[in-house]
Design a protein around this ligand. Structure first.
Ligand code: IPE
Ligand code: IPE
Ligand code: MG
Length: 242
């Protein structure tokens, strides 16, 4: 079935798009700017991608904002990023509400400074009834960390081994209740997962546009969705199977 957004027709619209927003540093470097200027441009770009997702009828957008490994970057970059996120969580709240977007955080809460955690919780509370789009922010997130965290909680809950199923494990992930991503986009031409949604993206389609994240706009997103529509998702089966 074709899905139409105002004046564009897509062969299929992914219900859940996940994005590894990569290339901020190289974007800045190419302009002779400090890396942080790239991160700033990256956060500014988010708004137009959220807007486009709402326009195209995407239901869930997950963005990889900061990984558990990113703490290892130089201290000034990490603190610059934290200040930036601090601003964004506060400043973009009204805009999220205007777009009808619900904010969800996935990742470890330990390690996030208390003031920011408060802003995140406040954002989740304020937007919780919005239904047009779920914006899932992977912040202090790592796929392995998420699996370890899930196993710890399964053990704490003393779940008998025969009850530990694929479906149960999904319910112990940070993404509990969300559909798995259909399409994962990694910008900047890097071809790896970097610990992103390694459980949930088992059968996602992946695209790797060369564009650096701050330049990745509505047209690029459209192209990625068109590419998704040209894929045949087989889930291990064969084409002719009913
Ligand atoms: C992605 O851009 C943003 C974060 C990891 C926070 P990078 O900072 O990784 O940009 P490159 O890969 O160095 O260009
Ligand atoms: C992945 O990008 C993390 C985010 C985009 C937040 P990185 O730039 O940290 O990944 P590597 O180091 O190139 O694998
Ligand atoms: Mg990078």
């Amino acid at each position: 079935m074709n899905s139409t957004s105002e004046n564009i027709t897509f062969a299929a619209i992914p219900q859940h798009i996940a994005i590894i927003m990569d290339g901020n540093g190289r974007w800045a470097q190419a302009r002779g700017l400090p890396r942080l200027a790239g991160h700033r441009a990256g956060t500014e770009n988010l708004r137009r991608i959220i807007e486009a997702c709402v326009e195209f009828g995407v239901k869930v957008l997950t963005i990889y904002a900061f990984s558990t490994e990113n703490w290892g970057r130089p201290q000034d970059e990490v603190s610059g990023l934290m200040n930036l996120f601090d601003d964004v969580f506060e400043r973009e709240l009204a805009e999220l509400n205007r777009q009808g977007a619900r904010l969800i955080h996935i990742g470890r809460t330990e390690g996030i400074r208390p003031g920011m955690l408060k802003k995140i919780h406040n954002g989740e509370q304020t937007t919780r009834d919005n239904q047009r789009l779920t914006l899932c922010v992977a912040f202090n997130y790592g796929g392995r960390d998420e699996i370890v965290h899930a196993i710890q909680r399964i053990a704490q809950d003393k779940i008998p081994s025969e009850e530990i199923t694929d479906e149960l494990v999904s319910r112990y992930m940070y993404t509990a209740g969300l559909p798995d991503p259909d399409l994962v986009i990694r910008t900047s031409g890097e071809l790896r997962t970097s610990n992103f949604l390694i459980w949930q993206a088992a059968y996602a389609e992946w695209v790797f546009p060369e564009t650096f994240w701050p330049d990745f706009g509505r047209e690029h997103l459209m192209e990625a969705i068109h590419e998704y529509g040209r894929r045949e998702r087989r889930f291990g089966l064969i084409t002719t199977q009913p």
